[in-house]
Design a protein around this ligand. Structure first.
Ligand code: ADP
Length: 215
């Protein structure tokens, strides 16, 4: 599978990507996870990205393209990949198109996951994330809490609310999505790659994607 997952923050891209990796060994590539890992490790990339992320602003396209050019050439991508949170702007989508031609890679589909805004807002306010940058498991205080409060089931690290998951940063992220990322739906429609799935449950989204790919 070589897929792009589109959708607002909180649409469930990460959860869907994780479920899809279990099907055929494709890897999930989340630029958000990569960036949070870099911030936690205090690398140059992390230092550059941190202020943007905290405000809920997008990190500059050139930084993201540098990350993705390297990431897509790593060996584990050969079985397939699920792009989660990338591309986020038209310039990124155009740069990705060129990069894929250069690497000789053809995409199967860009899946647009559509979820009502009230569901998204509720999810983001109740979402919690494992603070261990190698894990970053996602929980929800209402719908999928960890077994022991505040402790990750998978790795035992602390579970936290992300810095950019305050009400102010969330509404800013959603506005940024509408402004910068939603136009990608038209972009991939023109490319003949778009498939929209509506679903508030990640399981039905995965079922629809499997069906579309004939899996
Ligand atoms: P969500 O999809 O829940 O908003 P992500 O984990 O995908 O969160 O991203 C968190 C933050 O990382 C974004 O708000 C942004 O600052 C930065 N980021 C992630 N991916 C990109 C990207 N492709 N382009 C620019 N900034 C990005």
């Amino acid at each position: 599978m070589k897929l792009i997952l589109l959708g607002a923050p909180g649409a469930g891209k990460g959860t869907v990507a994780k479920l899809l990796t279990e099907l055929d060994g494709s890897v999930q590539i989340s630029t958000g996870d990569i960036l949070r890992g870099a911030v936690q490790a205090g690398t140059e990339l992390g230092k550059e990205a941190e202020a943007y992320m905290k405000r809920g602003d997008l990190v500059p396209d050139a930084l993201i393209m540098g990350i993705m050019e390297n990431r897509l050439q790593e060996a584990d991508c050969q079985k397939g990949f699920l792009l989660d949170g990338f591309p986020r702007t038209i310039p990124q989508a155009e740069a990705l198109k060129e990069l894929l031609v250069k690497l000789g890679i053809t995409l199967d589909m860009a899946v647009n996951i559509e979820v009502p805004r009230d569901v998204i807002l509720d999810r983001l306010c109740t979402r919690r994330t494992c603070e261990n940058s190698d894990c970053q498991a996602i929980y929800n205080v209402k719908s999928s809490p960890s077994k022991q409060e505040g402790i990750c089931d998978k790795c035992g690290s602390a579970i936290i609310q992300r810095d950019d998951e305050t009400e102010e940063a969330i509404s800013h992220r959603l506005a940024t999505y509408n402004d910068k990322t939603a136009p990608l739906i038209g972009f991939y429609e023109k490319e003949g790659l778009l498939k929209t799935v509506t679903g508030t449950s990640s399981d039905t989204v995965v079922r629809d994607i499997k069906q579309e790919l004939g899996l």
